[in-house]
Design a binder for this molecule. Structure first.
Ligand SMILES: NC(=O)c1ccc[n+]([C@@H]2O[C@H](COP(=O)([O-])OP(=O)(O)OC[C@H]3O[C@@H](n4cnc5c(N)ncnc54)[C@H](O)[C@@H]3O)[C@@H](O)[C@H]2O)c1
Length: 388
């Protein structure tokens, strides 16, 4: 059964019927509008959706690991209905680069991809970003479908239309905005993700609650208090609500240039940590520390109360088991130097997204990015140095 609905009308109490074909679809409100189909045990039903399109060939692009877990079976389903070829790429962050993109594009040309072909990207953010960029470049743009297989990809990266690869000097330096034909998301495939990946993905969900959705935050606190070994039903519900919480922000600003910048909460310091730690901590782990530090800055500036900062700690350290200390070997000074190189640096200094209270981002003078002095940031960060 396909239930067509829009974000505002979505039955938020939607109940999961395990292994059913119950699929909720909603418009992601991205530029041009991208339908997002979300189900449980619905991976193989993508076959029915694809029948609505005409194409000469499908290319199922994934990594060897995802192929073993989910890809091979999906390929067998698709192959019995359509001309379909599998293509493998490496999906470590270090492979999200121009060589992988180049190899993929040339391999597709060798295999006679045409303007009538459709690329299917099956994987996390790395596969999604590389395939999205390849789709945008081949013959100046061919169709692609995103099938996200990580919590972060289902609730975050696939909603942005941002396709890109890393450069030698930094993340996502080269890319374009390019929309998939549709997104096909099955929460059941997330059961094979590691607990570390699940925790990291949930940091962005917590962030959505902190910046704009206190009710969703209460929901997360309730669902996560029994630990992170979530049942399939709970995971489905968490992913569904996380996705909606991000879409509600994108509805107001699909380009993430004005109101949408609030999604960068925790990212000014988080990105600096990610860069300094060079893969030793995940994106979510860096953003958790970043949010904690930026909550401390809000408190220093007299906005968040000590209780509200404590609520950050409970959510991130107690419920998600995140280490909120500054990673060993890093000094406050070094972090702030790296923050200075952050792309938010402008003539107005280093700027942060800050909360005035839980669920509300400060917006003085109509600007969600606030300039903060180095001393204030240093004071907040100093609280987070691990006592050795
Ligand atoms: N475009 C955007 O707006 C945006 C937003 C957030 C993140 N990203 C990008 O996404 C990337 C991170 O993506 P990610 O966190 O989804 O992970 P990932 O793509 O880096 O994958 C991480 C690991 O998980 C494995 N994996 C994927 N699905 C699995 C599954 N179902 N079960 C078991 N293992 C599985 C992969 O093989 C890989 O080893 C980064 O490059 C980041 O820049 C982009």
């Amino acid at each position: 059964m396909l239930t067509q609905s829009q974000t505002g009308l979505i039955d938020i109490e939607h109940e999961l019927v395990p292994d059913s074909l119950d699929i909720i679809s909603f418009d992601t409100h991205l530029m041009g509008g991208v339908p997002y189909f979300f189900g449980h045990g619905s991976l193989h039903s993508i076959r029915m959706k694809l029948e609505e399109y005409s194409f000469d060939k499908l290319f199922l692009i994934t990594s060897p690991k995802i192929w073993r877990l989910h890809g091979e079976r999906l390929f067998q389903t698709l192959e019995s209905f359509f001309p379909c070829e599998p293509v493998m790429i490496q999906d470590e962050e270090a492979n999200k680069n121009i060589s992988t993109l180049n190899r993929l594009c040339e391999e597709l040309i060798d295999r006679r991809v045409s303007k009538d072909s459709i690329l299917l990207s099956l994987g996390g953010g790395v596969v999604g970003n590389v395939v999205g960029l390849a789709a945008a470049l081949i013959y100046r743009g061919i169709r692609f479908v995103e099938i996200p297989t990580t919590l972060i990809a289902q609730t975050d990266s696939c909603l942005s239309n941002k396709q890109g690869i890393n450069g030698i000097r930094g993340k996502n330096h080269f890319g374009v905005y390019y929309a998939p034909l549709f997104i096909w998301s099955d929460s059941k495939v997330l059961m094979s993700e590691s607990l570390r990946a699940r925790r990291s993905g949930l940091v962005e969900s917590v962030k959505n609650g902190l910046i704009s959705d206190p009710l969703f935050l209460l929901f997360l606190e309730e669902r996560l208090k029994r630990g992170l070994n979530l049942s399939e039903e709970t995971l489905h519900e968490v992913v569904f609500r996380s996705t909606i919480s991000k879409i509600r922000i994108l509805e107001q600003d699909p380009t993430e240039k004005h109101y949408g910048v609030i999604l960068e909460y925790g990212h000014t310091i988080g990105h600096a940590l990610e860069r300094l730690c060079q893969g030793k901590i995940t994106h979510g782990e860096a953003i958790a520390i970043g949010m904690m530090a930026e909550a401390g800055i809000s408190q220093e500036l007299g906005m968040l109360t000590a209780d509200e900062v404590d609520r950050h700690r409970c959510l991130l350290a107690n419920l998600l088991s995140m280490d909120l200390h500054i990673p060993a070997g890093l000094s406050v000074e070094r972090i702030l130097e790296t923050v200075e190189a952050d792309n938010k640096r402008s003539l107005r200094g280093i700027r942060y997204i800050l909360l005035e209270r839980i669920g509300n981002v400060a917006n003085p003078d109509g600007d969600y990015l606030m300039t903060v002095s180095k001393d204030v940031a240093a004071a907040a960060l100093s609280e987070m140095v691990a006592a050795n």
